[in-house]
Write a protein that binds this ligand. Structure first.
Ligand code: ADP
Ligand code: ZN
Length: 609
């Protein structure tokens, strides 16, 4: 093993730090420690007090005069004036002015402390540092000051007690994909015999909170191998070159412990496309280059498997994705209905749940929720049960906590005028009624018009639409009409419109724009893409890729499309004006309406006709 002497540089750095500590201590801490509560008064008051013989002791300093009251209890301070009569005045007042006034019995001690403490610190840190440096030098070079070049990767799971695939609910495709890795780690010979080599890197791609980290841990747990985890952002340090050295260090450790799993979370922090722009991030690029070199450097079958997670796969550098590096991509999508039910059950095991809770119903309500949100829902429900002094989590706890997690807490004391409340009721019913008249089924699970902390004035729980992957043009148009229904109802009933529809407008526009620019649903453009999606997993922004003239055309068509749907919604509401009034006043009274109640009211009238 080669011996490397710790470099001299760290010591200079170290002296510098200690000096800084001493200075800071004296400048910042000392004044605070010695300060006594001093009342600041003006010079006039000082003179008056002197004349009235109310002064005990006086200490005259450079710029200030400190003095105490006769009983010595209060300390005053005033600015020093160029007053020739000061001394005679003080003598007349009978104050003592030879002594120090500011209480400083403690001050010699503190003074001493302020010098000794840093030295104690100095020695302690010195000891620690030299030990560290020696350790590092002994470990084979790469001694860096303050251990900054060392990777923070830590062995996370100890094989058996780790997380297993059973803890990750849903995500069956991802698990199936990864179980091959587990098999390989168990028995590599089976693969090497035939000459197959495992992918070195696997990219877990999906929206936040879907269990990517959990899956990586589960692979290590299932295969009973060590698990190194580090976040991409941890590589990026203040000093250029540190990140690269961390990468080297990480891979060195991993190779020693192989077979093992190395998990790099948020890999986009280092793996972003290198764009070669001026003032690009040197440190990040060096780190990435080092990572690429390391991945090329080791053999396919040496037992180190790198899992990386990201939710912006499109921003990754192509070099990172080429064969031999992260060449396998495992999508980890938001869970479907069955998946949500399973995730709820997994997390419900950790809390006491009453018998007969219908997880399927909860999963239906929580459509679109990620695994992390579902875990949060279960926890919120348990908290609610405790708040109400119950020992078990009930169905209604879970139902309420969905609304809490998705829309925020109820604002119990929100000040909504009665008029506003009426408008909100009409607005929400407007959406629901338009939806119901188009689909002929219950459009919502529930609508409440209790304001939420998220800022929503009402909350609509959508019906789970089941798993369907295609949307027809008519469905999309109906959706837009539904979004415009809220505003249409306001306009129809109150003849005035409010700001409450801003979110609806945004959503409707998004759909309309996508129909024209991406789904080829306009008569004019046909199947030409005018937009590309950037962040599929983080909201899905799109960027236009067409000429300015076309952009203007698109804008016009979007306006046309949305306003056509608005007219349609308006017609529906006009034709069902009676129902609209009935439903809105029901919601206004009760503040909550369920899907069944909604349909009951909607259908009651039509039977009479
Ligand atoms: P990601 O890495 O995808 O952002 P995590 O793996 O960190 O998400 O998940 C965060 C938390 O959400 C986990 O600790 C777990 O409690 C919960 N969770 C997410 N997905 C699942 C799942 N499929 N099954 C069970 N729990 C999950
Ligand atoms: Zn609305």
């Amino acid at each position: 093993m080669k011996e490397v002497k710790p470099s001299r540089k760290p010591l200079i750095f170290y002296y510098f730090v200690v000096l800084l500590v001493v200075l800071l201590f004296n400048m910042l801490v000392m004044p605070v420690m010695t300060q006594q509560s001093v009342t600041e008064v003006d010079y006039g008051k000082f003179m008056t007090m002197a004349e009235r013989h109310q002064i005990g002791e006086v200490q005259i300093q450079d710029k200030e005069i400190y003095f105490t009251s006769k009983d010595g209890e209060t300390v005053y301070m005033t600015g020093k004036m160029d007053d020739p009569n000061l001394v005679s005045m003080l003598r007349e007042s009978g104050a003592k002015f030879s002594q120090q006034v500011v209480n400083d019995t403690a001050s010699p001690l503190i003074n001493l402390l302020s010098w000794i403490l840093p030295f104690v610190l100095f020695i302690a840190i010195g000891q620690y540092m030299s030990k560290k440096l020696l350790e590092k030098a002994g470990g084979g070079g790469n001694a860096m000051m303050f251990g900054m070049g060392k990777s923070n990767a830590k062995i996370y799971v100890h094989s058996t007690e780790g997380i297993s695939f059973d803890d990750v609910a849903g995500e069956d495709e991802a698990k199936e994909n990864l179980s091959e890795i587990v098999e390989y780690l168990h028995d590599p010979t089976k693969y090497t015999e035939i000459g197959a080599s495992m992918p070195k890197g696997i990219l877990l791609v999906g929206p936040p909170g879907t269990g990517k980290t959990m899956l990586a841990k589960a692979v290590a747990g299932e295969a009973s191998v060590p698990f190194f985890s580090i976040s991409g952002s941890e590589f990026v340090e203040m000093f250029v070159g540190m990140g690269a050295s961390k990468v080297r260090d990480l891979f060195k450790q991993a190779k020693e412990k192989s077979p093992c799993i190395v998990f790099i979370d948020e890999i986009d922090a280092i793996g972003k496309k290198r764009d070669g722009q001026l003032g690009g991030n040197d440190e990040r690029e060096q780190t990435l280059n080092q990572l690429l070199t390391e991945m090329d450097g080791f053999e396919g079958n040496n037992g180190v498997i790198i899992l990386a997670a990201t939710n912006r796969p499109e921003s990754l550098d192509p070099a990172l994705l080429r064969p031999g590096r992260f060449d396998r991509r495992v999508p980890v999508e938001l869970p479907d209905l069955k998946g949500r039910e399973d995730i709820l059950k997994v997390h419900a095991k950790k809390v006491k749940v009453a018998d007969g809770v219908d997880y399927n119903a909860i999963a239906r309500m929580a459509s679109g929720a990620s695994g992390a949100e579902l875990a949060n829902i279960v926890n919120e429900a348990a908290l609610r049960a405790v708040r109400d002094g119950r020992k078990e989590v009930s169905q209604s706890d879970l139902e309420e906590s969905i609304e809490v997690v998705i829309a925020g807490y109820e604002k119990k004391h929100a000040i909504l005028t009665l008029e506003e409340k009426r408008i909100v009721a009409y607005h929400e019913i407007g959406h629901a009624l338009v939806a119901a008249c188009q689909s002929h089924s219950a459009p919502v699970q529930k609508i409440t018009i209790v304001p939420r902390t998220s800022g929503a004035l009402g909350y609509t729980m959508q019906v789970e639409e089941g798993n369907h992957y295609l949307m027809s043009r008519t469905e999309l148009e109906n959706k837009i009409a539904t979004f415009t229904g809220g505003r249409a109802a306001e306009a129809l009933v109150f003849d005035s419109i409010t700001t409450g529809a801003s979110n609806d407008i945004e959503q409707a526009t998004k759909i309309a724009r996508a129909m024209i620019t991406r789904y080829g649903m306009s008569d004019e453009f046909g199947m030409v893409a005018m937009e590309t999606v950037n962040n599929q997993y983080l909201g899905g922004d799109a960027s236009l890729s067409c000429s300015p003239q076309t952009q203007a055309d698109i804008d016009r068509m979007v306006v046309d499309l949305v306003s056509r749907q608005y007219d349609k919604a308006m017609t529906i509401l006009r034709e069902n004006r009676e129902k609209l009034d009935q439903l809105a006043s029901f919601l206004y009274e009760k503040e909550t309406i369920t899907g069944e109640e909604f349909m009951a009211i909607l259908e009651s009238g039509s039977e009479q006709k």
